[in-house]
Each structure stands twice: as C-alpha cells, then as structure tokens.
Design a protein around this ligand. Structure first.
Ligand code: PEP
Length: 253
C-alpha cells in the first residue's frame, strides 16, 4: 500500500496558511508516490478544497463529526456536511477529543458509523497514556479502545498515537512502535480476518518530525503517519512525505 501521510492542523490555521499549503502541496504531490491528506479546522475545509481544485490528489478531512446527519446539536458538524464541502476523511477519537470532550469508545463507534454513512474514510485514533504504559497496560488499553471504537463493518484507517508522545517531542522506541503495530494487526486480524486486517492502513502519530520520519516510517507495519505540529509548516510536512519514500529503501529497523 502507498504510504499515507495525514496532517492534523488541530485548532490552528488561517486562510493565508491554506493558500500557502494548497500551492506547496499541489506543486509537490504529483511527483510523490504517497497519499497526502490534510485535516484543517472545519471552516478551512471549503476554502482549502477550492484552492486545491477538483483534480487534486491531496485529500482533505475533518477532525471530528457528530453521529447524526442533522438536528439540534449546537456546535457540532455532520459527516455529510464535511463530505459536501470537500472532505473525504475524518479523524475520530483523537486523544484530545477523548480527553477534552470526554468521548467514549461507544460514541466514537457511532461516529465511525456516521463517517461510513456519508462516504468518509474514518481515521480512528487509539493510544495509551504514559502511566498506562509504565504500568505495562499499553496493549490492554489500546486493545480495549479498538474493540469498543470499531463497528463490525469497519473500513478505514487506524492511527496509533501514544498520548504521552503527542506534542511533547518524545516518541516511543522503534521496537515499541513495531510491537504495538504488530499487536494492532493481530487484533484486527482476529476480529475481521487476515485479508481485511491487512488492508487497514496503520498510522503512527506523536511528535513526528522531518528528523525522525524515516526511522518511524521504515518500522514494520507502519503504513504512514498522522502529523500534528509539523504539518503546519508545508516544508516540514513535505519533508515527512519524502521520508516515506526514503524509508522504502532504508534498511529496516
Ligand atoms: C496529533 O495531534 O495527532 C499529533 C500527532 O500531534 P504532534 O505531531 O504535534 O505530536
């Protein structure tokens, strides 16, 4: 599968940044044999789509959606609305949503259903907190999130994002990432069968930068990365995308 490089802008960005990134990504994307996606804040999706144009290989995504298609849910956004303004992906269950908005696995599962209903690819985030890893419970926690957040008809992407690595500059060792991704694949295979599990892209996320991207992307079972802070600088985001190609030729770690 082609590496998938996804930028999560979180609550950052302006129309000027959209224009700059749309131009930079468009210029680079066709020469890069990777799939590129950007998830800006909701109000920036439509202008981003307009700047990219219909033929662009760069995909856009939301950072959340509501389970329902419409209704009295002030401040929320439906998956169908994301689709209509140009998104084809949506990040669900990011640890900042789980933490700041108390999102449960059951709610995330309902949102995954909404993404499917609207024709969006869900990127479901899972990851343990530092104390959970230190207590030797990382697989138990991540396994529980997977079991609870994925519906039986799941088709989409999984992002392993250890909470303690997000925005901190710290990353797990290559062996720890490989071990967790092996665990993810095995757990998905046990539930969905080897063929379906093998087709689910597994992203790593948490302090991915140009400097560590080759190392991370050459790790076994890492099919791409979800990038927060570094995705706001187009040169850095594109350097990470190029690292995915370099990783193909690097000796595996
Ligand atoms: C994220 O928020 O999904 C993320 C990976 O952030 P950062 O790259 O900044 O750690």
């Amino acid at each position: 599968m082609r590496p998938l490089i996804v930028g999560n802008w979180k609550m950052n960005g302006t129309l000027a940044l959209v224009a700059e990134h749309a131009a930079a990504l468009t210029a680079a994307a066709s020469a890069l044999a990777v799939d590129l996606a950007v998830c800006p804040p909701f109000p920036l999706i439509a202008p981003f789509a307009a700047q990219l144009g219909r033929e662009s290989p760069v995909r856009l995504g939301g950072q959340d959606c509501h389970p329902e298609a419409q209704g009295a849910h002030t401040g929320d956004v439906a998956a169908e609305m994301l689709r209509e303004v140009g998104a084809s992906l949506v990040i669900l269950g990011h640890s900042e949503r789980r933490q700041d908005h108390g999102e449960s696995d059951a709610l995330i599962r309902a949102k995954v259903g909404a993404a499917r209903r609207a024709g969006l690819t869900p990127i479901v985030c899972v990851g343990e907190k530092e104390a959970e890893r230190e207590a030797g419970r990382a697989e138990e926690v991540v396994g529980g999130q997977l079991a609870g957040s994925l519906p039986d008809d799941f088709a989409g992407v999984i992002a392993y994002e250890p909470v303690w690595a997000i925005g901190t500059g710290r990353t797990p060792t290559g062996e720890d990432i490989a071990a967790m991704h092996r665990f993810l694949r095995k757990t998905l295979a046990a539930r969905f069968g080897a063929a379906r599990a093998g087709a689910i892209p597994l992203l790593y996320g948490g302090s991915v930068k140009p400097a560590n991207a080759v190392e991370i992307l050459k790790t076994a079972e890492v099919d791409g990365v979800l990038v927060g802070g570094a995705s706001l600088v187009s040169d850095d985001f594109l350097a990470i995308a190029r690292a995915a190609l370099l990783a193909r030729f690097a000796p595996s770690g």
